[in-house]
Design a protein around this ligand. Structure first.
Ligand SMILES: Cc1cc2nc3c(=O)[nH]c(=O)nc-3n(C[C@H](O)[C@H](O)[C@H](O)COP(=O)(O)OP(=O)(O)OC[C@H]3O[C@@H](n4cnc5c(N)ncnc54)[C@H](O)[C@@H]3O)c2cc1C
Length: 480
């Protein structure tokens, strides 16, 4: 998150917009921000997106499990409606955006008869919420997921759960929004929001000032600060840490097919850490759930990771044979009890909030749609127009001839593609996010040099000037 270098209060009067007017300014380049920008960009409205970090997907959107859930909350809740509206759309959305998605199903597993009885209640709720669900015995559960523990006596089977390349989704969504005409500004931290007499807002960023009719606050852990800058409702955000193990995708030849979640977690009414067969083939074990103080602190700790390891090896005993290649943590945005928040601000009429603690990826299509309805209901007169998806580049991932990252099978073509387009990578971290190069077993030991050389070649800069992430992170590598 950016450091607010100076504060511009709503009362300040000296801000002069240095850029053309926007209908909608979206703050935050995570999955919610880009999804909203994309939806607005398929109307006649002008939209600009402002991201504080050097690249998109800097917050929770780069640290989640990529589960596109089909059931999360009881019927009648806002979350249930977002999930059931979004879930059937994933094949279409990911097909159009060339983002990897697999509907792999999930098993919520029980180890005792008592836990099975409790799952009957979940079955009823899941069905009433609109999800397909069935209760299966241990043998049927093991037929669905052969690596499941012999100790599992029953499970709730949710066949429509899926896994998605959630970081790829952010970039492909932003790419299409940009092709539609949205302006995507990175390294553009919003440091002030000033209400103007004509009802517009001056959006003051570290890259200049824009004037917008509507402002959407999708700043993740920064939503409280952005609302404060705008003079909006106070929002208290608690960062909720989730930690994961990543197991190598080469798992002694054994492949998991289904997401597996213990029915009973550490606290009342909670589930335990999941085992997730990700779209890249690696396996995620986690997450843990702990409230923390510092939103920017994504450190991991051995004790909580051990807990995740043990809980996951109880459901899938074979995980102990897997190679742990990495642990990581990301912080969810906890605001009150609900996961999803989408509303017009009670104090600032042209300010809107979009936030999601636990299922933001899964809800993003429906939340983007509802945000557009809200904006239209508040005076945005912008009919739909066709999008530019026919101009989206294809993915060059299956050219096997020139593999640069052997662990993840990332080709030179895929790296080259990541360095082009409307929302191009310009750093090692940017290439890594878009292609998954350097995220496998060797964590870049074998391919880091080659990736840097290709970035230098593409950008026509010297090798030592290649950036690891943002400004000031030159890798300083010299050519031999
Ligand atoms: C451990 C973990 C596991 C999860 N697993 C899943 C899952 O499997 N499935 C699922 O559906 N969801 C999952 N989630 C939830 C999901 O990741 C989030 O709901 C979603 O990513 C939130 O997206 P966002 O765009 O609101 O926020 P973010 O991705 O956090 O993006 C907010 C952006 O705003 C930027 N920003 C902040 N302040 C400013 C400012 N002043 N100016 C400009 N930019 C600013 C930040 O840099 C950041 O890039 C998980 C979350 C975590 C943490």
């Amino acid at each position: 998150m950016c450091t607010i270098k100076f504060l511009v209060t709503p009362q300040a009067t000296s801000i002069r917009p240095s850029h053309a007017d926007l209908d909608v300014a979206v703050i935050g380049g995570g999955i919610l921000g880009v999804s909203i920008a994309l939806r607005v960009s398929t109307t006649t409205a002008s939209v600009g997106l402002f991201e504080a970090d050097a690249d998109l997907a800097a917050g929770a959107s780069k640290g989640n499990a990529g589960v596109a859930t089909s059931y999360f909350a009881p019927p009648g809740t806002r979350e249930a409606s977002y999930v059931t509206t979004s879930s059937p759309r994933w094949e279409d959305i990911c097909g159009r955006l060339a983002v990897a998605f697999r509907r792999c199903g999930a098993l919520v597993v029980a180890f005792t008869g008592e836990e099975v009885e409790a799952l009957r209640g979940d079955l009823e709720l899941a069905r009433r919420a609109g999800a397909r669900a069935e209760l299966v015995d241990g043998a049927r559960a093991r037929a669905l997921e052969p690596l499941l523990s012999d100790r599992v006596v029953g499970a709730l089977h949710l066949p429509d759960e899926g896994v998605i390349d959630s970081i790829g989704l952010v970039f492909a969504t932003a790419e299409l929004a940009a092709l539609n005409g949205a302006k995507i500004h990175r390294d553009a931290c919003v440091i002030g929001l000033e209400a103007q007499a004509d009802g517009t807002t001056s959006v003051v960023t570290t890259r200049g000032v824009w004037r917008a009719r509507f402002v959407v606050n999708a700043a993740g852990l920064g939503v409280g600060e952005v609302n404060r800058l705008a003079g909006g409702e106070p929002i208290h955000v608690t960062p909720r840490r989730g930690q994961y193990w990543v197991l190598d995708r080469a798992w002694e030849g054994r492949a998991m097919s289904t997401i597996v979640v213990p029915a009973v977690g550490p606290g009342p009414g909670t589930r335990g850490p999941q085992v997730v067969p990700t779209i890249s083939g690696s396996i995620l074990l986690g997450p843990t759930v702990d409230d923390v103080d510092d939103p920017g602190d994504t450190s991991t700790d051995e004790q909580r990771l051990s807990y995740a390891w043990e809980a996951c090896s109880a459901t899938i005993p074979d995980v102990v044979r897997g190679v742990r290649i990495k642990a990581f943590a990301a912080n969810r945005v906890a605001i009150g009890d609900e996961s999803a928040h989408l509303r017009r601000d009670a104090l600032v009429p042209n300010l809107f909030l979009a936030a999601n603690r636990a299922i933001g990826v899964s809800c993003s299509p429906a939340m983007a749609e509802e945000m557009l309805e809200l904006l239209r209901g508040s005076g945005l007169d912008a009919p739909d127009r066709p999008d530019a998806s026919d101009r989206l580049p294809g993915r060059a991932l299956d050219d096997r001839d020139d593999v640069v990252c052997t662990c993840q099978g990332v080709t030179a073509g895929a790296i080259e593609e990541s360095l082009g387009g409307e929302v191009a990578a310009s750093s090692v971290a940017g290439v890594r996010k878009r292609t998954r190069a350097m995220t496998g077993r060797c964590q870049g030991a074998d391919c880091f040099d080659e990736v840097c050389r290709r970035i230098a070649g593409h950008l026509e800069c010297s090798l030592e000037d290649v950036l690891f992430a943002g400004v000031g992170t030159e890798i300083g590598m010299r050519r031999e």
